[in-house]
Design a protein around this ligand. Structure first.
Ligand SMILES: NC(=O)c1ccc[n+]([C@@H]2O[C@H](COP(=O)([O-])OP(=O)(O)OC[C@H]3O[C@@H](n4cnc5c(N)ncnc54)[C@H](OP(=O)(O)O)[C@@H]3O)[C@@H](O)[C@H]2O)c1
Length: 262
């Protein structure tokens, strides 16, 4: 029976690069995101280039009812998923109190609730199958509080801690859990979050999604718990441990302010 890697957020950026890196290694894929047309052409291209089966499903994962429908389809279908990549994620930037509540709710629904629900539903399927692998996408933002991107940083801290906890819990079921913490990566994430893209352009340490994906698939093969692509990013995640909390908050606030829309 064919086994699939299910990747959310596969229509662009890091999710798309991970899909390509996995297809290159001969993995059959199920791609998920909202943009149906983009998924369709990516599926066709990956199938033609790598000869692997690529299915796709357009779904707004931030809509609980649509997510329920998708999970029901998976539970009632006969496709085995042995790798779940939770990559779909969005950001909000600027003063929390000035944001529409709906923008903050959308972020929490997608970055936190949908990711957790997918781990629960597909994790249970994997337990019945006798194992599998889960990769949750967090960020180097997870390692400290982030004024002006407070909800986003907190959502990524949740993903990091949840994934580490789950890894220990499910070890005996044969399910391996890893968490990816990229630093600044050149994708449309910043545009989508209406952030100041000049700051990204000027960032010397920014990586390409392909560099992040290559490092990640290699680390996944070694079952690494926390995957941080880039030496500079690994160093950045250690800094908060050397500083006091108030100093970490001040530094994060001044860096994050440069990403806020003017
Ligand atoms: N770029 C960075 O610097 C960076 C750094 C650290 C961590 N990350 C994390 O990496 C992940 C991928 O981001 P990216 O940088 O690759 O950005 P991206 O290019 O904007 O990709 C985001 C993906 O999520 C999908 N998505 C957004 N809302 C969705 C929804 N409601 N339902 C289903 N899919 C949805 C998007 O597709 P549709 O629009 O088709 O739905 C797209 O495929 C995110 O979790 C992000 O937090 C990014």
């Amino acid at each position: 029976m064919t086994r699939y890697a299910l990747i959310t957020g596969a229509s662009s950026g890091i999710g798309l690069a991970l899909a390509e890196a996995l297809a290159r290694r001969g993995r059959s894929l199920i791609l998920v995101a909202r943009q149906r047309d983009a998924l369709e052409s990516i599926a066709l291209e990956l199938n033609q280039r790598f000869g692997v089966e690529v299915l796709f499903r357009a779904c707004d994962l931030g809509e609980p009812l649509r997510l329920s429908g998708f999970l029901l389809e998976l539970e009632e279908g006969d496709r085995q998923i042995d790798l779940l990549v939770n990559c779909a994620g969005i950001g909000t930037c600027g003063p929390f109190l000035a944001h529409d509540w709906s923008a903050e709710q959308d972020l929490i629904e997608l970055n936190v609730l949908a990711l957790t629900r997918l781990c629960h539903a597909i994790g249970n399927m994997m337990a019945v199958q006798g194992g599998g692998q889960i990769l949750n996408v967090s960020s180097i933002a997870a390692f400290q509080p982030g004024p002006w991107l407070s909800t986003y940083f907190a959502s990524k801290a949740y993903v990091l801690h949840f994934s580490e906890g789950l890894r220990e819990e499910v070890k005996k079921t044969g399910i391996k859990v890893s968490v990816l913490c990229p630093g600044v990566t050149r994708t449309r994430f910043f545009d989508a979050a209406k952030m100041n893209t000049d700051t990204v352009e000027q960032s010397t340490g920014a990586m390409t999604p392909e560099e992040v994906a290559l490092y990640t698939v290699r680390a996944l093969e070694k079952n690494k718990a926390i995957i941080i692509p880039g030496r500079r990013n690994r160093w950045i995640t250690r800094v908060p441990r050397l500083l006091s909390r108030w100093m970490t908050r001040k530094i994060a606030a001044s860096i994050n302010k440069s990403y806020c829309p003017r």
